[in-house]
Design a protein around this ligand. Structure first.
Ligand code: PEP
Ligand code: MN
Length: 335
């Protein structure tokens, strides 16, 4: 980090700033130019309050040279992270489908969809029990009862499961859940992230509706800083001026995140587009640009789904997408 001082900055104030920074364990190198003085800060600057320094009357500008995320940073961890969920690997060349309904609606529904997506090649079953709905009057999910059915589907099929948590107080219910999802709306629920950092379970972290990639990685950092290094990032579309699709799928996020971080990156074309017929082309594109997996909503009766029916694929459509994606993965391997 470099601090550019104002011309003729008060020397006493500069000394105070230097002492304050050194007290934070940083080495401060001062470069005195003809017109400006620059302080170069060496050491771990991730905890330095940039806004506070920028607000000082002797400071012209502050620039970060290295990123504020350390644990998630590719620079300090050059190899891809591979997350192993009961033998199912994600990342580092291991591609997985996370498929299932938006929400668990009943025993027969979740078990039949689980079997169908498994047959089509999905290794991880998704399904929401606690649903973050825009309207408080919309179906809120089967909550605890839904989780029980999800666990039954896990037992029946042997598939690891991923489901969303909305409140840390629900954690005891998630004991047998394999991967805990943090939804887009909770990406910056920092207290929740800190609690999830204290457990030993993979966290599926979805990008917030208006979050930059750095913000997504800072949220991953919240989890990792507490000791849980198993974070899977998910690009699920961001909000833009476009209204023809539910969100705008930011596919450049995939190669960019892979440059910035070693964590696996999964794409969710269902929430990104909100339109079932767009899921296939976007899934193909995601596979081609280096995603480590796809999260796809599948329902046995999309027209009557209690949540997100318009974006849900029939199991046969999912099988077709999965088949095509596998061909694309084969084609791009080694390119
Ligand atoms: C979901 O996966 O069911 C979901 C609600 O997704 P998002 O948080 O991305 O909207
Ligand atoms: Mn959904």
């Amino acid at each position: 980090m470099v601090v550019i001082l104002k011309d003729h900055a008060d020397q006493k104030k500069v000394k105070n700033l230097t002492d304050w920074l050194e007290n934070q364990g940083l080495a401060v190198h001062s470069v005195v130019g003809q017109y400006q003085t620059i302080l170069g800060l060496i050491g771990d600057t991730s905890k330095v309050d940039i806004d506070l320094i920028e607000g000082l009357d002797i400071v012209d500008n502050v620039k970060r040279i290295s990123e504020p995320y350390k644990n998630a940073n590719r620079k300090f961890h050059p190899d891809d992270t591979v997350i192993d969920v009961g033998g199912v690997k994600i990342g580092g060349g291991h591609f997985q489908f996370f498929a299932g309904p938006c929400s668990i609606e009943g025993r027969d529904q979740i078990i039949s969809i689980a079997k169908d997506v498994q047959k089509a090649g999905a290794k991880i079953l998704r399904g929401g029990a606690f649903k973050p709905r825009t309207s408080p009057y919309a179906f809120q999910g089967m909550r605890g009862d839904g989780l029980k059915l999800m666990l039954e589907a896990k037992k029946e099929t042997g598939m690891p499961i991923v489901t969303e948590i909305m409140d840390a107080s629900h954690l005891p219910l998630f004991e047998d859940v394999d991967i805990i999802q943090v939804g887009a709306r909770n990406m910056q629920n920092f207290e929740l992230l800190k609690e999830l950092g204290k457990i030993d379970k993979p966290i599926f972290l979805k990008r917030g509706l208006a979050a930059t990639l750095q913000e997504l990685l800072m949220s991953a950092e919240y989890i990792m800083a507490e000791g849980n290094e198993k974070v899977i990032l998910c690009e699920r579309g961001i909000r833009t001026f476009e209204t023809a699709t539910r969100n705008t799928l930011d596919l450049s996020a995939v190669p960019m995140l892979k440059e910035m971080s070693h964590l696996p990156v999964v794409v969710d074309p269902s929430h990104a587009t909100g339109i079932a017929r767009l899921v296939k082309p976007m899934a193909f594109a995601a596979a081609a640009c280096g995603a480590d997996g796809l999260m796809i909503e599948v329902h046995n009766d999309p027209a009557h789904a209690l949540c997100d029916g318009p974006q849900a694929l029939h199991p046969e459509e999912f099988a077709e997408v999965a088949g095509g994606v596998n061909k694309i993965l084969e084609a791009v391997r080694g390119l």
